[in-house]
Design a protein around this ligand. Structure first.
Ligand code: TRP
Length: 381
């Protein structure tokens, strides 16, 4: 089967078709986001009822240490899914480290620390497969057929790639241009049908759905009743976004993040420098008072209360009272996680074994999928 919109014979036609689909895409993007949200809500409601219907994959670029934003934004949710009985995969996207920089940096250390953070926050390696995508030849080989399913202009209009094109002084690498397709391979190698991500990653999920659909249209099936690849759904986190301690977007280079691996004293020192405002009466008002509200929110999340309760309790305690409450709550909540981290840091052989076992399990799954791809594509000789 061919798709006339995506396989025009003439290059001029191709760009006309691309422009047209871009226009359609722009006018539909809001509708498409609300469809994504609706799908996500529906699945979220079904998860506790039918966990066996789902396979979850998500992951991180190992470019630094995991922090409270990761923890409340995604780590806690992964543990929740694992504990619901969903089959879970957690990917360390080590090839994604090199798409926008010149070297691998402190990769070894970052990867081991990511595994430590996962284990310390409750990921159980018996139930969840933790792996690095560089270790899966079968996953990486999916990139070749998948690249045949996307156009250059689709890649260039991916928001992450577009930002790079617009904002970076370094020339865009071939990997940067094609990494959304590699990310599709991350998701599809294990036929994941749910991918918990932030809103910024939704275009990657859309790209992945497109790859899955086009694979079915162009290369067909092994089992006539079922496409080789499912079209995965994004699961959008219900967790409110957490800002850095200065009220701006979290970024390691701005020194505004609390990392899971920091000590209680380092955490207290960072919180002391956190930005607040001059109104001594503490309220929860994320739009009007973003810095204060962010600290109220963190305190609430770490102490199992609502932000309104926390704000009322601090009352006229001012920035000082708020920081004291935040420090106690955050350090209290992280203490058992940090204790477990310290144990794991002393046992790096175990940490390495976890990722090796995960790599082995995931590689077998990738090989199985690649063999179906070969069959569908008549490449079995
Ligand atoms: N790009 C993601 C990020 O920057 C990390 C990632 C890589 C990922 N592959 C993935 C996330 C597959 C979800 C699914 O955070």
């Amino acid at each position: 089967m061919t798709d006339p919109m995506t396989t025009p014979a003439d290059p001029a036609l191709e760009s006309a078709a691309d422009d047209a689909s871009e226009l359609i895409e722009q006018s539909n993007s809001e509708a498409s986001l609300s469809r994504t949200i609706a799908r996500s809500d529906e699945i979220e409601a079904d998860l506790p009822v039918h966990p066996e219907r789902y396979r979850m994959l998500t992951g991180d670029r190992p470019t630094g240490f995991l922090h409270l934003g990761h923890y409340f934004g995604s780590l806690a949710n992964r543990v929740r899914m694992q504990d619901l009985g969903v089959e879970t995969y957690v990917l360390i996207a080590d090839y994604q480290v090199i798409y926008d920089r010149d070297g691998v940096g402190d990769l070894q250390n970052n990867v081991l620390n990511a595994v430590i953070d996962y284990l310390a926050t409750g990921i159980d390696p018996q139930r969840t497969t933790i792996f690095a995508h560089s270790a899966l030849p079968g996953l990486n080989q999916l990139l070749l057929p998948f690249l045949s399913l996307v156009t250059d202009s689709e890649l260039r209009r991916n928001p992450t790639v577009k930002d790079e094109l617009a904002g970076s002084t370094r020339p865009m690498s071939g990997l940067m241009l094609t990494f959304p397709v590699h990310q599709a391979a991350d998701i599809l190698f294990c036929k994941a049908n749910i991918v918990p991500v932030g809103k910024d990653q939704v275009p990657h999920i859309e790209q992945t759905r497109l790859v899955a659909r086009r694979f079915d249209e162009r290369y067909g099936r092994v089992n006539p009743d079922e496409p080789v690849f499912p079209q995965p759904a994004a699961l959008l986190s219900a967790a409110p976004a957490i800002l850095g301690l200065d009220g701006t977007k979290m970024s390691k280079s701005k020194g505004n993040v609390i990392e899971l691996r920091m000590s209680a004293d380092e955490t207290a020192a960072l919180l002391k420098k956190a930005k607040t405002d001059s109104d001594r009466h503490i309220t929860y008002d994320p739009t009007g008072r973003p810095e204060v509200s962010n600290l109220v929110l963190l305190t609430a999340l770490c102490s199992g209360r609502t932000p309104e309760e926390v704000a009322a309790e601090i009352g006229d305690g001012g920035g000082g009272g708020l920081k004291k409450a935040a420090t106690e709550a955050i350090n209290g909540h992280l203490e058992p996680i940090r204790a477990r981290r310290r144990e794991l840091e002393q046992n790096l052989d175990h940490v390495r074994q976890v990722i090796r076992d995960g790599n082995e399990r995931a590689a077998a799954v990738a090989d199985q999928t690649l063999s179906e791809v070969r069959q569908a594509m008549q490449m079995v000789y």
